[in-house]
Design a protein around this ligand. Structure first.
Ligand code: SAM
Length: 218
């Protein structure tokens, strides 16, 4: 008899392709993002009990009161980030590691911080198993960024905050872009902040719902 994970292995490419077709219909147009999502096994970033739901376009629990983001939001944030053609990216909120794995397929180097140590450890193991060598994970409060490796071409915050952490703006290169959910606990707006030689330019996009960014600057 097949185990559930073998079953998923056999059908995951087809269900991933179906998910990607749906993301395209919903307006995701960056082919590099769609191709990377078509080849990244989201079910390996979830507990086995939830793996059968991996290719639904929904966020799902990953333990410790946290979630893996909805694939549409992962795609949307990634395509907004790629507009500035980043090579080195900081992610705040590693969570399951799925978003970092998508970024790793699209940029040279991903630095990712996570404040819950078991999630950081589990994500590191997943990256090792998948042979993703261009992601470095740190257990830390990412609202302070990761100054040792900054400034970054782009920063993605995958948790919602009422204010944009000042440290993250400081660790953005000129020409670089920050993408994050900004707003209250129940709902936020997806925003980008692009650093020009003189100012930080903010643009607002669709409403989103994220778990909160906790910590010093959260
Ligand atoms: N990017 C993740 C993924 O692909 O699974 C989803 C992230 S989940 C919506 C938000 C994550 O941000 C949680 O794992 C949470 O612990 C983490 N987080 C919240 N505040 C943080 C902080 N100040 N520094 C680092 N991580 C933080």
């Amino acid at each position: 008899m097949k185990t559930s994970s073998q079953g998923i292995g056999m059908t995951s490419q087809r269900t991933r392709d179906r998910l990607v077709a749906r993301l395209r219909e919903e307006g995701i147009h960056n082919n590099r993002v769609l191709e990377t999502m078509a080849s990244t096994p989201r079910h390996l970033f979830l507990d086995e009990a939830l793996a059968t739901r991996a290719y639904e376009d929904t966020s799902l629990p990953i333990g410790h009161g946290q979630t893996i983001s909805q694939p549409y939001i992962v795609a949307r944030m990634t395509e907004l980030l790629l507009e500035v053609e980043p090579k080195v990216v900081l992610e705040v909120g590693t969570g399951s590691g799925y978003q970092a794995a998508i970024l790793a397929g699209l940029v040279d180097k991903v630095y990712s911080t996570e404040r819950i140590e078991p999630l950081a450890t589990q994500a590191r193991q997943r990256f090792r198993q998948l042979g993703l060598r261009n992601i470095r994970v740190q257990h830390s409060d990412g609202s302070w960024g990761w100054p040792q490796f900054g400034p970054f071409d782009a920063i993605m915050v995958t948790a919602g905050a009422a204010d944009i952490p000042e440290a993250l703006l400081e660790q953005l290169k000129t020409g670089g872009r920050l993408v994050m959910p900004l707003g209250g606990r129940d709902q936020q707006t997806l925003i980008t902040v692009t650093r020009t030689p003189t100012v930080y330019e903010r643009e607002d996009f669709e409403p989103v719902v994220f778990v909160p960014l906790l910590g010093g600057e959260g």
